[in-house]
Structure formats: structure tokens, C-alpha cells
Ligand binder design. Structure first.
Ligand SMILES: Cc1cc2nc3c(=O)[nH]c(=O)nc-3n(C[C@H](O)[C@H](O)[C@H](O)COP(=O)(O)O)c2cc1C
Length: 425
């Protein structure tokens, strides 16, 4: 028979989610404990199981009351998991959280990812544990977020496996080239970026002053071109011209603008991308997530989250994306990468591990964005394929990093101009 230490070591390599199992004591007093042995048993009838140490107080109470609640914890609830596991000595494990009483009387955690209200229908002996099988009377997936995990005796969180393929778009090359003095060469260079397999933002007509005819890309393949528009009327004209994608730029703190954009997407959502402005500012997190959810429900082709001013950190990127990827699924998120403090690639890797596989970078790092060629190299190093002509982009970047054609020195990235209007010819 395997020795207890080996048994524990092997089990510690088995990752699990974390629940708080609640039940009732004398006088319907609430009690609860952390449990990772929660498992689905049957769909018809709906049954789940938990496996509890026989000596636990919770075991005694569930045996006596015949009821228990399952509360699935989210990644930001380590403190709850610790408290209910008896790791932090507190007088009242329930204090500081909001709870609702289920029909059976057990408490349910309002901020849990989901809960079940159960009645015990079987209690099987399982060595020094008892396997309680509960019939699920009611359930609710209350909140969409990343789950809390337990692995190797530590708390953890979910990281999507790295994707096989990542795609690239470039919303800064045209404005960056204009600012760097490339003038008439701009359209030809943008065309080269598109020919290499990158979607290029060719114009921003959202100010209403530029007619659609004025932005038709002469050098960029139409299906690889995108244009920023202000409303549905502009979007219809741009799409009718054959341009592949229209982009709406939306402030998530303006609910009317969010609603207007959702309405504008009707019937054209599969050819539209929505950019949510300034998404990494922690104070607007809830509004950003709500906007992401609404655009995803509208079936938009992609939701862009640009780190326009470079204020995001690897941690804020992780924090937002873990929530936003889950809310947007199956709609892909596209991360716009800024290279402030040279942390752009770290943020890219963080985003990859959080489930993002579409990026917005700029060839040669124009507009202070992460350089497309640098991201391609990173993706190559971590074995993520990019359907682009990497060699052509690297060569183009080398040329662009040489002296600028107007003789103003090298084509260094100009100061970042959020929402800057790119090339219009
Ligand atoms: C992540 C985690 C998962 C746990 N899962 C279980 C479990 O499935 N079954 C069990 O008997 N104890 C489990 N425990 C231990 C109990 O949470 C712990 O013994 C708790 O203090 C029991 O509460 P009680 O003594 O008030 O009943 C787990 C502890 C942690 C940290």
C-alpha cells in the first residue's frame, strides 16, 4: 500500500477548484468549511458529491442537518478560502461577506462564481472520510470570472494555455509615419505592412470631415484595411466601399455611447471591431467589463483593449484580462501594446497567458507602441505561430529605423497621441 506522504504528494499535484461548503448547526446556526473534493456525480437527477474528514465539525453538522450549500470561489477570494479552512483564526468565518439564505436554510455566498443548494441523499463510507452525495435543489452561476485554484499546497489561478496562433493588426503605422515625416511614402509602407499579413488602420473618419472616398486605401489590400468610424451611417459607407473592417471607439464610462454602438452593430457586427478606451484604469474596471460583455453579446468580430498611454502594468493587464476574456468569449480580445518603460513585451506575454491571441503593435515601434517585429520574435520564441511574413516586416522595420526621408534624423517614435487621426489620402 502507498505510504501517506507519497499519497499526499501525488494528490498535491492534482489541481482543483475551491468551494466553501456551508451547512446548519443547532438553532440553524451557520457553519462552513473550505473543500476541494467537490465533484459532479450525475445530471439526471442532478447530484454532486463532497468528501469530508469524519472528525470534522462540518461532517457532524451535515450528517445531522442533511443539507449543504456549495459556493464556488473566484480567484480574488483566497482570504475566504483561508478563513473557512481554519488557516486564519477568526471568531466568525462569515463576517465581512454578503450571504443569502437558500431554501434549505444554508447560507450562500453572494460573490461566489456559482452556488448549489443541496439535500444529502447518500452518505457512503470512504476510509477516514465520508462521501456525501447531495441532490441539487437549486443553483445559480452568479458571477463570471476566473476561478480560485488549489495546487501543490498553494493557491493559484487559471492561465489559458498559450495559443498556437496569434494575429496582428497595426493601428499606429499610418499616423506614426505621417508624424515621422514620411508623408507621401506613408501609403506605400502601410501597403507593405498589410501585404505581410497585418491588418492596417488606414484612416479615422470619425470627426466627420473626411469623405469615405478620401480614405480608400490605394496601396493597402481592402480586406486588410480598417477605418475608424463614428456611427452606423459612416460604417455602412465604409463597408460598402469594400474595406474589410470598421472600428468604433467607445468610452466605457458613457453608457449612452455604449448603447448607441451596440445598436450600430446590428447586422454588421461580424465586420466590426470595437475599441474600449483606456480600459486598464482600475477605477473604471466594472464599466469596462460591462461594455465588453455588451459588445460580446452583440456579436462584434473583436473587442480591442488598447494600452494607449502605456499606463498598464503586467499586473493590471492580468487583472483585467482574466475577467474580460471570460466575459467576451467567444469574441476575441485584441490587446493594443504600448512600450512605456520597455514593459510592452512583458505585458504581451502576460496577455498571452491570460487567453489573448490578437495584438495591435506598430512596425518599427512607431507611435511608442511595441514594435511588431519584436512581438513576432517573442511569439516565435514561445512557439506561437503568426500568419505574417516576418522577414518582410523585419526588413521594413530596419528601413524605417534608418534616417527619415525629410532629413529630420531617424524615424524615432513620435510622442503618443491618443486617438490621433491617421493618414487621410
Ligand atoms: C484548499 C482546501 C481544500 C480542502 N478540502 C477539504 C475537503 O475536500 N475535505 C475535507 O475534509 N477537508 C478539506 N479541507 C480542510 C478543511 O477546510 C479544514 O479542515 C476546515 O478547518 C474544516 O472546518 P471545520 O473543522 O469547522 O469543520 C480543505 C482545506 C483547504 C485549504
Amino acid at each position: 500500500m502507498v505510504d501517506p506522504a507519497t499519497f499526499r504528494d501525488v494528490m498535491s499535484q492534482w489541481p482543483s477548484g475551491v468551494t466553501v461548503v456551508t451547512t446548519l448547526g443547532e438553532g440553524d446556526a451557520w457553519h462552513g468549511m473550505t473543500a476541494s473534493s467537490f465533484s459532479s456525480v450525475s445530471l439526471d437527477p442532478p447530484l454532486v458529491s463532497i468528501c469530508l474528514t469524519k472528525t470534522l465539525y462540518s461532517h457532524q453538522l451535515i450528517s445531522a442537518s442533511g443539507v449543504f450549500g456549495i459556493n464556488v470561489l473566484a480567484k480574488d477570494q483566497i482570504d475566504v478560502g483561508r478563513r473557512f479552512a481554519g488557516m486564519d483564526k477568526v471568531e466568525d468565518r462569515f463576517a465581512g461577506e454578503s450571504w443569502t439564505t437558500a431554501d434549505t436554510g444554508v447560507p450562500l455566498l453572494d460573490s461566489a462564481l456559482g452556488w448549489f443548494d443541496c439535500r444529502v441523499v447518500h452518505a457512503y463510507p470512504g476510509g477516514d472520510h465520508t462521501i456525501f452525495v447531495g441532490e441539487v435543489m437549486e443553483g445559480h452561476a452568479a458571477r463570471k470570472s476566473a476561478p480560485l485554484l488549489f495546487h501543490s499546497r498553494g493557491w493559484g489561478q487559471f492561465a489559458d494555455v498559450l495559443p498556437d496562433v496569434a494575429t496582428l493588426s497595426d493601428s499606429g503605422v499610418v499616423s506614426g509615419l505621417v508624424a515621422a515625416g514620411h508623408g507621401p511614402e506613408t501609403a506605400r509602407i502601410a501597403g507593405q505592412v498589410a501585404d505581410a499579413g497585418v491588418r492596417v488602420r488606414v484612416a479615422d473618419i470619425s470627426d466627420g470631415r473626411t469623405p469615405v472616398e478620401g480614405v480608400l486605401p490605394r496601396f493597402v489590400a481592402m480586406d486588410r484595411a480598417s477605418v475608424v468610424v463614428a456611427d452606423r451611417a459612416q460604417a455602412d459607407r465604409v463597408l460598402a466601399s469594400g474595406i474589410g473592417t470598421v472600428e468604433f471607439i467607445v468610452d466605457p464610462t458613457d453608457p449612452a455611447a455604449v448603447t448607441r454602438t451596440v445598436e450600430a452593430l446590428d447586422g454588421i457586427a461580424d465586420r466590426a471591431a470595437v475599441t474600449v478606451i483606456d480600459p486598464f484604469d482600475a477605477v473604471r474596471l466594472d464599466l469596462v467589463l460591462s461594455a465588453v460583455q455588451q459588445f460580446a453579446r452583440a456579436g462584434v468580430a473583436e473587442i480591442a483593449l488598447p494600452d494607449t498611454a502605456g499606463g498598464a502594468t503586467p499586473l493590471t493587464v492580468r487583472g483585467l484580462l482574466q475577467e474580460a476574456v471570460a466575459l467576451a468569449r467567444p469574441v476575441p480580445l485584441r490587446l493594443g501594446l504600448h512600450d512605456r518603460d520597455r514593459l510592452g513585451l512583458v505585458k504581451a506575454l502576460t496577455a498571452l497567458k491570460s487567453g489573448v491571441r490578437h495584438f495591435d503593435t506598430t512596425v518599427a515601434g512607431l507611435d511608442e507602441a511595441v514594435a511588431t517585429e519584436d512581438l513576432i520574435r517573442l511569439l516565435d520564441e514561445v512557439d506561437v505561430d503568426t500568419p505574417v511574413d516576418a522577414e518582410a516586416l523585419v526588413q521594413l522595420a530596419q528601413t524605417l529605423r534608418g534616417p527619415a526621408p525629410n532629413g529630420s534624423g531617424t524615424a524615432q517614435p513620435p510622442p503618443c497621441r491618443p486617438g490621433s487621426a491617421p493618414h487621410r489620402s
